[in-house]
Write a protein that binds this ligand. Structure first.
Ligand SMILES: O=C(O)CCC(=O)C(=O)O
Length: 272
């Protein structure tokens, strides 16, 4: 998949891009089945009782077939189209969500540094927990950021419920659709049920400048296996992702894998 100039403009302007039906029903069928096995066997899903979110790291990294999402030309074209074909894969989270997720960005880097690709595995509407976005809020000059407005206080500030925060949009979605957004873009979900299934892939730019490398270190001090004090047994990534990687996938694992080993030597990959 190659993004059009208009899609790239859209992403850069509004901070997200929604691709309907990126995966066929057959494909999302196996993706969902693999996700279920993973969250049940690895991610704490067996204990999910719907009162709070169940979340685990590296959702695509535990099973060989899910790892291949990182080899998929559509996914690589989507991510590569916005942050460059040499992007770094940076893990992600798998979830059974329960209830609302308030408004938040995942970062405040002030520039396009990292993105999230989100897969929602159930049909979702504006009343049942679909992703909401404040378009343009990744931009430091956007009114939310410039005036330090917390959209979660919308009711108190404007007598408008948070879920209807002015200018926000509700991205109703079907399984197979995919959303990519800048980590700096404000997003939320309202009205979801007790077992809303969703997983993400995070990626950063490949870094060469000192500024970007400094940012990558800050990023990994929080958003990484080591940052969460988790020993994957293979450094930044869970072993299946690394063990089944061909040369092409390896390019997306190299930079962060190497830096993670230095930052978290207690979890570093063992050299043969
Ligand atoms: O679907 C949601 O609840 C929003 C997802 C989210 O907040 C996130 O991935 O950071």
């Amino acid at each position: 998949m190659k993004l059009t100039e208009q899609q790239i403009n859209y992403f850069n302007t509004f901070g997200y891009l929604y691709i309907p039906e990126m995966f066929t029903q057959d494909e999302i069928g196996w993706i969902t089945a693999e996700f279920e096995i993973t969250i049940q066997e690895f991610g704490g899903g067996k204990n999910h009782d719907g009162t709070q979110r169940t979340m685990f790291g590296g959702p695509i990294e535990h099973r060989p077939r899910l790892c291949t999402l990182l080899d998929d030309d559509r996914i690589k074209g989507l991510i590569g189209g916005v942050i460059g074909e040499d992007f770094n894969y940076a893990g992600g989270d798998g979830n059974y969500y329960a209830g609302d997720t308030g408004w938040h960005p995942d970062g405040s880097w002030g520039r396009l540094f990292s993105i999230k690709v989100a897969f929602y595995l159930d049909p979702l509407t504006r009343d049942t927990g679909c992703l909401r976005i404040i378009p343009g809020s990744q931009n430091p000059s956007h009114f939310v950021r410039a005036h330090k407005i917390d959209p979660n206080n919308s009711e108190a500030l404007f007598s408008v419920p948070s879920k209807d925060f002015p200018t926000s949009i509700a991205l109703e979605s079907m399984p197979g659709d995919v959303v990519i957004f800048n980590h700096d873009t404000y997003h939320a979900s309202f009205g979801g049920g007790p077992r809303r299934r969703m997983f993400t892939m995070n990626c950063t730019r490949h870094c060469t400048s000192k500024e970007d490398l400094d940012t990558l270190h800050q990023y990994l001090s929080v958003h990484s296996a080591g940052g969460y004090n988790i020993d994957t047994g293979a450094g930044m990534y869970f072993p299946t992702m690394v063990d089944t990687a061909d040369e092409s996938r390896q390019k997306h694992l190299q930079q962060i894998g190497d830096i993670h080993d230095v930052m978290f030597p207690q979890f570093a990959r063992k050299t043969q």
